[in-house]
Design a binder for this molecule. Structure first.
Ligand code: TIU
Length: 266
């Protein structure tokens, strides 16, 4: 239980158990109460989160790493061509690396996405290519190869977060990872129902994918320090939008709390 605050875990477990018992009628037997508590909190450790604790279900969870490509986090790529300071993405890189290590150590799935297009641009809508009147458009040659094109250095996942050969790496032409991809089918085949989100950028591809996942019935948790935006105020607002109204899109927590829960797994 390194990195794990035992008192916090026990405290939040007790709170959940208390809520579970509170939901029972006064006449329930001790056995019924015990069974109810097990059902309520017995799936796995709780991740202390907003708007309330997230019950980790280790048999059905995956880490999702959105678009951690050079194109968004290094100079000369798509993010820079949009006029952004791409150095703002850097702080989430070591955080995601830590989460990837923990998931791999516990043999939990890690999923990676890449926003990119085919070299012949057949999956690139004209509206996307023309948007912003950029000097370097998607498909044009930049210092890291053709901007946002599959197979070019810029579109690769950065070396620090390189997918393992057995991990799912999906190419997506849109901002959301469910649009024109096989992600939903992949997750259904593996009975994955919980998605722990990281990546770039918070309010664009991460939030879009979380909303798509939420509508498809997944429980989604965003790791606040595992995601970055070119606009810190948009990151903050996106997180608040996600957790508002009882978790209308999902939950938010920190890598420390997620790692604590993962470390508590057998
Ligand atoms: N521009 C911006 O903030 N993001 C994107 O274009 N794509 C992703 O978020 N991956």
């Amino acid at each position: 239980m390194s990195r794990f605050d035992r008192r916090e875990f026990l405290g939040s477990t007790a709170a959940a158990a208390g809520m579970a018992v509170g939901a029972l009628g006064a006449g329930e037997s001790r056995a019924a109460r015990a069974e109810f508590i097990t059902l309520a909190v017995g799936k796995g450790p709780l991740i202390s989160a907003r708007p309330y604790d997230f019950v980790l279900d280790p048999g059905h969870v995956a880490l999702v790493c959105i678009d951690m490509q050079a194109d968004f986090s290094k100079p000369g790529g798509f993010g820079a061509s949009l006029g952004n300071d791409v150095s703002l993405i850097a702080p989430c890189i070591p955080v995601i690396a830590k989460l990837q290590r923990a998931f791999r150590e516990h043999r939990l799935p890690v999923i990676h996405t890449k926003e990119c297009h085919r070299p012949d641009l057949s999956d690139l809508p004209t509206s996307k290519r023309e948007r912003g009147h950029l000097k370097l458009k998607i498909g044009d040659k930049g210092p890291m190869g053709r901007i946002l094109i599959d197979g070019e250095i810029g579109s690769d996942i950065i070396p620090e977060l390189k997918p393992f050969p057995d991990e799912y790496l999906l190419n997506k032409p849109g901002k959301g990872a469910f649009y024109a991809t096989g992600l939903h089918e992949y997750l259904k085949r593996r009975a994955i129902t919980q998605l722990i989100f990281t990546g770039a950028t918070t309010e664009v591809c991460v939030q879009t994918t979380m909303r798509e996942a939420n509508d498809r019935g997944y429980d989604c948790l965003l790791v606040e320090d595992g995601t970055e935006s070119y606009f810190p105020e948009f990151k903050k607002a996106a997180i608040e939008m996600i957790v508002a109204q009882g978790g209308i899109v999902g939950w938010a927590s920190t890598s420390e709390k997620v790692l604590a829960a993962i470390d508590a797994l057998p």
